[in-house]
Design a protein around this ligand. Sequence first.
Ligand code: MN
Ligand code: MN
Length: 459
Amino acid sequence: MSNQELVYKNESIAKLRPQDLEKADQFCQGYKEFLDNGKTEREAAACAAAALEKAGYQPFQPGKQYQPGDKFYKLHRNKCILAATLGTKSLEEGVHINAAHIDAPRLDLRPVPLYESGEMAFFRTHYYGGIRKYQWATIPLAIHGVVYTRAGEKVEICVGEKESDPVFCITDLLPHLSARQNERTLPEGIKGEELNLVVGCLPVEGEEAKDQIKLNVLKLLNQEYGITEEDFIRGELEVVPAHKARDIGFDRGMIGAYGHDDRVDAYPALMAEIDTQAPAFTTLCVLTDKEEIGSEGVTGLNSQYMVQFIHQLCNSQKADYITTLQNSKCLSADVTAAYDPNWADAFEPNNSTYAGKGIALCKYTGARGKSGASDASAELVSYVTRLLEAEGVVWQMGELGKVDLGGGGTVAKYVASHDIETLDIGVPVLSMHSPFEVVSKGDVYMAYRAFLAFNKAEA
Ligand code: MN
Ligand code: MN
């Protein structure tokens, strides 16, 4: 061994696997469509379900005895996906789980959102997940979601995506009058109570009433959707950036889009699941909701829905549930921070992950002393890195920024709480949680290759 071979090198995909860059670009065509068609967890779950159906997956039937190679899925409460391929080994030898999330930071409408002020109508919002509020002003926004009428009829709403649609926005002060606002700190630049969406400016015709502009918005909504103001109470309406995914740079090596976190792992995990044929270990792709607010609720991974699916499968296959969990392994697929030369001070270069250097492993996440982390064992890191090396997957290992600056968590600890060995892995992202996040196409493709390598493992 030469002295140089003693040194760990974190090298780029362009250097190590230049032959994969073209494939990465191809793979990302489908990814960009997935981003544009699935801006909410409901839409992303529906897109995933359609892709699974097209690939021949059958709806999961508890109690049905499955055969190796059988593919089946469950759409959980319209917001999560569980998709599996039965392996040739017994379930008791463990399931290989790829778990990613399909919710993303955004602005939700409040239950009574509409009001009029100063000859304009607005929707009040309540932000979902960790946003930097100032980033959400003065950009075109769309409204996606569902509303239920008093009679229980479901109404789907999506405005701001078609070229012919109107969009919405949050206003900010002009520099000429911002002297007082300029004294605020950055997190206070725009406050939660100022994240109000402009939705109208014209009064209702031929009616002497209070709040004529608000009334006009209600009239238009009733004409288009048959809904009333009360119906918002039974709604889940999400305000998201109206822009589409776009290539970034003269070389088109990156993609800018809303919601890379965590569709940039969800889409590759889904594609790897679909492309897995007759695996040794049973594979399970989980696309979950509510990660951005702590994995809570019936659609978050802190609920039992994933292990209940495995439990039902164990019953069908006459496998012991606890043994199955104990031998299972999970890649908790979520984004990490890409080293940003523009903000280099926030990163420790040797332990950062870089856009373009492959799928990123994180032995642990957490904040300030690994709090909230599922610290993966050296044994699991060894297992996964050997799988990746064997398949020529370009990977890197890192942490999320400098240790005392902050941090974050993922679904890893909720999976690990069921005694399933779990490792954090994901695509590095620039401008994470902003309305326009950036990833490297090569890393997206390496994520797909990594999940496929895990699914294809034979021992
Ligand atoms: Mn995430
Ligand atoms: Mn996130």
